[in-house]
Design a protein around this ligand. Structure first.
Ligand SMILES: C[C@@H](N)C(=O)N[C@H](C)C(=O)O
Ligand SMILES: [Zn+2]
Length: 205
């Protein structure tokens, strides 16, 4: 059971105790619908990124924590879908939940959504921490894909405990070769990514 693209794997075949909430498949996301290129709720990554994430998982298990994945490999056609949505200024259905302080035009300009997304290279993940037993998410001070300063690393807008929770995720990811992204506490890219110059477009099946 392998993705069509050689060099890529399904995370559910590699991780032992991860939870999945494939938000671009489910439609529960800032566009408000299923995103082009997502044909199944499974999460795909390069073998190298998946192997590093398995180390993160083993590390966090020692503290009673597990990973919850929101997104991994993202087909280029999904990015095109995000761009079409952003260009439709009349559609503000999800604004209150995802970008209440920003205009749609700012989402690409301010780096919350990328036209050339690292996700398309297959070694980038969007994820959070959960209790390994109950699956309850740790409080990170803002939710996945909330676009605004409160989601930045180093923000003073959250509590000490929320800062600690973000730091637990960040330090575990960094210990195993992932780099954080300043604007989004949930977004990490493997530093030694195997396809640094390739944007893939095979669908997630
Ligand atoms: C859209 C959000 N989940 C995300 O991944 N943002 C970064 C900047 C990206 O689009 O690559
Ligand atoms: Zn991301």
């Amino acid at each position: 059971d392998q993705p069509a693209q050689p060099g890529f794997v399904y995370l559910d075949q590699v991780l032992k105790n991860a939870r999945y909430e494939a938000r671009y498949y489910s439609g529960d996301n800032f566009v408000g619908t299923r995103i082009d290129g997502y044909e199944s709720p499974r999460v795909i990554l390069t073998k190298e990124a998946a192997t590093a994430l398995a180390e993160v998982e083993r590390d966090l298990a020692l503290s009673g924590l597990a990973l919850k994945l929101f997104d991994g490999y993202r087909p280029q056609r999904a990015v095109a879908h995000f761009q079409r949505w952003a260009a439709d200024l009349a559609d503000t259905r999800t604004r209150e939940r995802y970008y209440p302080q920003l205009d749609k035009a700012a989402l690409f300009r301010d780096g919350y959504i990328a036209k050339k997304s690292a996700h398309c290279r297959g070694s980038t993940v969007d994820l959070t921490l959960v209790d390994a037993e109950t699956g309850q998410e740790l409080d990170m001070g803002s939710h996945f894909d909330f676009f605004g300063p409160i989601s930045h690393h180093g923000t003073g807008l959250i509590t000490v405990q929320q800062t600690r929770n973000r730091e637990t995720l960040r330090s575990a990811m960094q210990r195993h070769g992932f780099e954080p992204y300043a604007n989004e506490w949930w977004h990490y890219t493997l530093k030694q990514e195997p396809y640094p110059n390739t944007a893939f477009d095979f669908p997630v099946k």
